[in-house]
Design a protein around this ligand. Structure first.
Ligand code: URA
Length: 206
């Protein structure tokens, strides 16, 4: 199941609020966080567990403990708004920021920052980027993580364009992609239609 589009009513409702042009940044940011939590709930549904015995105040209980270490790889800058929610859910995760921007003339990705030093310290890295538009930045992010030796990579975003999803799936057929919605298409400037505009600008009021 490489592509999962959430059909959760809360996801659909919150995404509708996010899309509205009159949603101001101070409402846009918490919506991004809430949607991230809901999507991460789905993206982490297959994490492995082991058992441990603990003492409750009353007796010994068999409990589950996460067996895999998780890392987050937010793509700057729009992915930043997803990190706080991700760390609320998994506070011990490491965060590997990736700076990739889209050249407005060529629409090609330019890598300008990477926090992938040393060796990978997590078993699974979740790339965080709200918009999967041309797919080029996402492909570059997966390339960077795989080159670095990340054992397993997933992509978590909010809205994907069919063109970008196809580019990403062609480049990385093994990648699991989690989205809140698949939209109609890209426009000539590489924006998703109907989309929500520029996710970075709308979060950071630029
Ligand atoms: N990035 C955005 O923020 N919005 C789009 O529609 C496409 C790429």
């Amino acid at each position: 199941m490489p592509l999962s589009i959430s059909d959760h009513p809360l996801v659909k409702h919150k995404l509708g609020l996010l899309r509205r042009r009159d949603t101001p940044p101070w409402l846009f940011r918490p919506l991004i966080r809430e949607l991230t939590l809901l999507l991460l709930y789905e993206a982490t549904a297959d994490l492995a567990l082991w058992s441990e015995r603990v003492e409750t105040p009353l007796e010994v209980a068999e409990v589950s403990v996460l067996a895999q270490r998780i890392g987050f790889a937010p793509i700057l800058r729009a992915g930043l708004g997803m990190v706080e929610a991700a760390l609320d859910l998994l506070p011990t995760a490491d965060v590997r920021h990736l700076g990739i921007y889209r050249d407005h003339a060529t629409l090609l990705p330019v890598e300008y920052y990477s926090r992938l030093q040393g060796i990978p310290t997590a078993d699974i890295y979740l790339i965080l980027d709200p918009m999967l538009a041309t797919g080029q930045s996402a492909v570059a992010a997966v390339d960077m993580l795989k080159r670095w030796g990340a054992p397993r990579v997933k992509f978590v975003g909010l809205i994907g364009a069919p063109e970008g999803i196809q580019v990403l799936q062609r480049a990385h057929p093994d990648l699991e992609i989690f989205l809140a919605a698949q939209d109609r298409k890209l426009n000539a400037s590489g924006y998703i239609l109907p989309g929500l505009g520029d996710a970075g600008d709308r979060q950071f009021r630029t």
